[in-house]
Design a protein around this ligand. Structure first.
Ligand code: SAM
Ligand code: DTB
Ligand code: SF4
Length: 320
């Protein structure tokens, strides 16, 4: 089957559907590709805190903003291994490691390779988000066994320039290309609620859908307004507009994991349930994202149970 090319007009038509029609369509698409009522739990660990030279206006880890985040060194393999073991015991099937870097430096590559091998040996899917990569680095991560690489486009090409000036949209796309060329699956999405228009939201999804290969994983973050960042006073968006983006993403990426990512601590149970109805089938599981909070695990378990949603189980067995 030839790949569909998405145009902005079609995406805006989806956004313009009556809310219930859009949700119904998204849930129908979801059920054609996934078993109904299932959720992936992915645990996130920041392996390198703060001190980042970039100016992403939303980010607590950018060195130039006064957010109280202290720069630290890369975590040791022992610490990461212990966290990954705990995540597995608590039921996560994917372990995502993030670093506050503009780009991966070759001098850090051996340590990163070790971390990937460690997580893979536990039978979990591995994901890394380390900033920009070269072809050679992506190849080395693939050889180490990396399953997914997270690199968000964050917004539309037009609105991106209002949010980040220290690297271009094209550089982001180039890294995604390196990742795909190396045979690593792509996790890429963005942030909703940064002051962007509906067209920007649609434009972001069009960019992702029209990649040579659409991402296998699409994180949709609701902005966490962090004090000290330029976006700290951004107004919260209408919750239904957020749900619409989840639904449109589900329709445009029928086989991808659409992850309800940052921003859940300020969402009601009912809003999260609507996001699941709209086709989100993955969440971050664990009480911290990178720098900011995430719902308590007992609360998440209770919510999923109340909704009759079952969690995905590990398929691969640990090597030892
Ligand atoms: N430094 C690497 C990079 O920028 O690609 C990896 C880590 S970076 C923190 C990963 C993603 O987290 C960003 O691209 C952004 O989409 C998301 N993020 C960061 N701060 C956020 C915030 N305050 N609210 C919502 N999402 C945020
Ligand atoms: C993604 O799209 N969201 C995650 C993950 N990929 C790396 C990060 C969210 C960060 C929220 C703000 C913080 O905790 O620093
Ligand atoms: Fe640095 Fe990533 Fe934060 Fe941007 S989002 S400031 S690149 S850590």
């Amino acid at each position: 089957m030839t790949k569909r090319t998405w145009v902005l007009k079609d995406v805006l038509e989806l956004y313009a559907l009556p809310f219930l029609d859009l949700i119904f369509q998204a849930q129908t698409v979801y059920r054609q590709h996934f078993p109904a009522g299932t959720m992936q739990l992915s645990t996130l660990l920041n392996i390198k805190d703060g001190g980042c030279p970039e100016d992403c206006h939303y980010c607590p880890q950018a060195a130039r903003y006064h957010t109280g985040v202290k720069a630290k060194k890369l975590l040791s393999k022992e610490v990461v291994s212990q966290q990954a073991h705990t995540a597995r015991e608590l039921g996560a099937t994917r372990f995502c490691m993030g670093a506050a870097w503009r780009e991966l430096k070759d001098r850090d590559l051996p340590a990163i390779v070790d971390l990937i091998k460690e997580v893979r040996s536990l039978g979990m899917e591995s994901c890394m988000t380390l900033g920009m990569l070269t072809d050679e680095q992506a190849q080395a991560l693939k050889e180490a066994g990396l399953d997914y690489y997270n690199h968000n486009v964050d917004s539309s090409p037009e609105y991106y320039k209002e949010i980040i000036t220290t690297r271009t949209y094209d550089e982001r796309l180039q890294t995604l290309q390196c990742v795909q060329d190396a045979g690593i699956k792509v996790c890429s999405g963005g942030i909703i609620g940064m002051g962007e228009t509906l067209e920007d939201r649609a434009g972001m999804l069009v960019t992702l859908a029209n990649l040579a290969q659409p991402p296998e994983s699409v994180p949709i973050n609701r902005l966490v307004p962090v004090p000290g960042t330029p976006l700290e006073n951004t107004e919260t968006i209408d919750p239904f507009d957020f749900v619409r983006t989840i639904a449109v993403a589900r329709i445009m990426f029928p086989t991808a994991r659409v992850r309800l990512s940052a921003g859940r601590t300020t969402m009601s149970d009912e809003l999260q349930a609507l996001c699941f109805m709209a086709g989100a089938n993955s969440i971050f599981y664990g009480e911290k994202l990178l720098m900011t909070g995430n719902p308590e695990m007992v609360k998440d378990r209770a919510l999923l149970q109340r909704l009759g949603i079952s969690v995905d189980q590990l398929v691969n067995q640990p090597q030892a």
